[in-house]
Ligand binder design. Structure first.
Ligand code: FES
Length: 283
């Protein structure tokens, strides 16, 4: 016996947004009654791309009804772009979780949403009626594309996981070797991306200014003060930093070295590695 959360029970016994929208802007169907679960999703979308109404009709278990209810509650009032970012994991989280064996219900809801958005955007989905990609599991009509998506979004590792999330592999089992190949391929990609150093994002001007100020206040100034000197930030222009040396540093004949070998080095270490430092008034 599966354990259902109170939210699942509530949305199963009192589902929200059941029915159709006669003047819907987009209507899509996913799943099939033959396979045990089917969902028809209706969306009304206004001129500002806001989903003003969402309804569904489903043939499926209590989890499918609760997942479809959750999906429609989650997307109403959101823009299409915001809705596009919703994953099956978000649907399950909205429900306070689903038994692993029922996760395929959240995947079906997410699949319907993806398909509805693609159709609304005018993408050709006629050739991809549940066949977007190569069919891997013929018993349940599950494609490689869907299997890869759920593996990656849910960090799945086993065939059993994939069956729980898509049903693939849950009947005759002849597709299991292909599912295993896809899992190992996705895990390999995941390991490769984990090994790759994260790409550095360029700093915004505000963030750069904050880091320069912090570095001067906490790293550079305390060192200069030890020898009776000081430093003020005068201006910043992109990665060019203009400063004024004060105290003993101001009259020091080695001030150019201090600027380049100490101030600039520290800013390159703590801010960005191509920062340039100039004395204010000199360029
Ligand atoms: S082909 Fe996948 S279970 Fe039969």
């Amino acid at each position: 016996m599966w354990n259902y959360t109170d939210k699942v029970k509530e949305l199963y016994t009192n589902p929200r947004n059941v029915g159709s929208i006669s003047d819907a802007d987009v209507v899509v169907e996913v799943g099939s009654i033959v396979c045990g679960d089917a969902l028809k999703l209706y969306l009304k979308i206004d001129a500002n791309d806001v989903i003003t109404d969402a309804k569904f009709e489903t043939f499926g278990c209590g989890s499918a009804i609760a997942s479809s209810s959750a999906l429609t509650e989650m997307i109403k009032g959101r823009t299409v772009e915001e809705a596009r970012k919703i994953t099956n994991r978000d649907i399950a989280d909205f429900l306070g979780g689903l038994p692993e064996e029922k996760m395929h219900c959240s995947v079906m809801g997410n699949e319907a949403l993806d398909k509805a958005i693609a159709k609304w955007r005018g993408e050709d989905i006629s050739h991809s009626e549940d066949t977007d990609g190569e069919i891997i599991c013929h018993c349940f009509g599950v494609t490689d594309k869907l299997i890869r998506k759920v593996i990656s979004e849910n960090k799945l590792k086993t065939v059993e996981d994939v069956t729980n999330y898509t049903k693939a592999g849950g009947a005759c089992g002849s597709c299991i070797p292909r599912i295993e190949d896809i899992i190992s391929d996705e895990l390999k990609k995941f390991a490769e991306s984990a090994d790759r150093p994260a790409e550095k994002k360029p700093l915004t001007n505000i963030k750069r200014l904050q880091l320069v100020e912090d570095t001067i206040a906490n790293v550079i100034r305390p060192e200069l003060q030890k020898d009776g000197g000081n430093i003020d930030l005068v201006d910043i222009d992109g990665k060019k930093v203009y400063v004024a040396l004060r105290g003993s540093c101001a009259n020091c004949r080695l001030s150019d070295l201090t600027l380049k070998n100490f101030v600039e080095d520290k800013l390159r270490e703590f801010v960005e590695d191509d920062m340039l430092v100039f004395e204010a008034g000199r360029d």
